[in-house]
Design a protein around this ligand. Sequence first.
Ligand code: ZN
Ligand code: ZN
Length: 254
Amino acid sequence: MRGDAHGGARRDDLVFARVREALASGGCPVCRLVTHAVQRFLDNFLYERVNDPEMRDELRASWGFCPEHAWALPAQRNPVLGVAIVYRDLVGALRDRLDAALRSRPGRRRAAESALHLLLGPVAPCPACLHRQRMEEVYVASLLEHSADPHVRQALAGPAPLCLHHLVLAASLAKSAEQLKRLLEDQRQALARLEADLSELVRKHDYRFRHEGLTLEQGVSWTRALEVLAGRDPNEIRAAPDVRPRPIRSPTRP
Ligand SMILES: [Zn+2]
Ligand SMILES: [Zn+2]
């Protein structure tokens, strides 16, 4: 462990506290945690990183955010000025590249295409996607580290299974065969329950059995199934910002 061992331990405790909270909420805990982490990242970007030179370099290399995260910006608090400042820069950079492409005038169409390709790419990954990836690994590692904890097992095997994407990530990060086996056993149990709930949902759609009524788990099993295979709805980030209100500080012009 590096330098500040106590600081590291405290950070681990804090991470695991968040993991436990997410496990108690149901659905893939890692999806839930990274949705909130990306939400905080975008909020922080608009609030204090619009004029951060490092951030601006990253955004120039990626031509801004990916579609998912670019279109999460309008739903943030006070997005207008920050987006206008950063994207004015990107629009100008793109126009510069097109100026250069027009000046170079290669003779053949193929050459013109490849010159343009060189000028416009390669594109670096979206900074919010990179942040999500980093946080996924932090949360999955914490979950694995506590995978023998009875509360964790109970949640993973019941209401809070991992989605397929995070299950594969967890399998790749597991530190021992036992850790991986526990995880797969819990996940299998959760899937068997979900499968049974889906069967009941389908059966009770038949008018002959409709009067039996659905349990809460059966009623939500169809969206749970979508989440298990596809992960949590990424658009949720637009609907429910999960950040504390803060006073607004206008970014200054660069
Ligand atoms: Zn997930
Ligand atoms: Zn992204």
